[in-house]
Design a binder for this molecule. Sequence first.
Ligand code: S3P
Ligand code: PEP
Length: 450
Amino acid sequence: MSGHGTPIPMISHPCGPLVGEAHVPGDKSISHRSLILGAMCIGETRITGLLEGEDVLDTAKAMQAFGATVTNHGDGGWTVSGVGVGGFAEPDHVIDCGNSGTGVRLIMGAAATSPITVTYTGDASLNGRPMGRVTDPLALFGAQAVGRAGGRLPMTIVGARAPVPVRYVVPVPSAQVKSAVLLAGLNAPGQTVVIEKEATRDHTERMLQGFGATLSVEETDEGRVITLDGQPELVPQTIIVPRDPSSAAFPVCAAIITPGSDVLVPNIGLNPTRAGLFTTLQEMGADLVYENMREEGGEPVADLRARFSPDLKGIAVPPARAASMIDEYPVLSVVAAFAAGVTDMQGVKELRVKESDRIDAMAKGLRAAGVTVDEGPDWWKITGLGHGKVPGGVTVASQLDHRIAMAFMVMGMATQKPMRIDDGSPIATSFPIFEDLMGQLGAQIVRENA
Ligand SMILES: O=C(O)C1=C[C@@H](OP(=O)(O)O)[C@@H](O)[C@H](O)C1
Ligand SMILES: C=C(OP(=O)(O)O)C(=O)O
């Protein structure tokens, strides 16, 4: 859906200890991919634990527009009856991906090597984000894109009639770009090769292999070289979506900064391409432990136990870790405000092209709340004030960005005065049960005018 309707202002009041279990929803990245790959098989893919957030529901609608049958059976159980690789029909309406960069970029890739013409749009946030990073490699396959200035949505892509395989070095660390190229490569003959200099989340590679594609990954001096054999017959799967580490970040960070807290977040995937925040928090001195470490579906999984951490210290976050925690910097910057000393985050220019410019959005709110933030094009530094010393007491613009909205709601749990956001409605894109879940732990988040 484009836009988020009426804004929902929310206030987070300083609260007592957060205690209990936090069952966060399914992984957003894996949910999108389950629907898209399910639509590219002949036969029925079964999915349990799908994230039923707006971003993923928009992808489900898009898959239907391409001819797949997507059915919600309740309780997170979904099926997708696909149309096969190269089987996408031309949609008879514009594909609206709402707020979702992942949704639109992966779908553009999946559709670009079929002989169909598709027009894409989104909300004001998505329509401001760069799409050239995807349409440039799609042009190499033979797809032609016409969008607004600067490669922005709304945009029409005329799919390649006779796609050719591609060898592409991804110029920015982006799993969305890598995935768009691999999904386009599915319907090109021969081998498509994607090279990434920095490893990004590898769900597409793992899931393509799981769906029966022939795909290899080689670590070379050039980077990670991913080779995909085109035009496979994908085989429908049964997928259990793990819980989202990027959503787990919010109750974990809230517990770490709120005195007396003890929160268990069960069943969180710790794929190394996603778990950078948790390592960073441990290096800052957080009382965060992995309990019940195990393997599920070939991925490391643990229950995360986070307790109030009185002796947090600022650290330099290694730039090489950025991709593995890219969506977690907003909430990390909140934790940094409660630490002693400086938290230095380098190599993070991708933060400036997310749902908002996340460095700018966080810096504005943190500064208004009494915290010193220094920033440059691809870095920022937070000078922490320590526990109990962060003033708060301000309203922040969430800028159609769910992670900004949730980060400031977490902050308000431990500031001296409440934190208010002008609009909490974007939270529903990735974490629709956020308010209830945090409320059950003891948070006091209230909707204004409710
Ligand atoms: O591939 C994915 O599922 C995602 C990749 C990341 O984006 P980029 O590829 O733009 O870094 C991340 O920020 C997004 O939330 C999900
Ligand atoms: C960046 C994000 O999502 P997307 O790019 O899919 O909009 C996110 O969820 O933090």
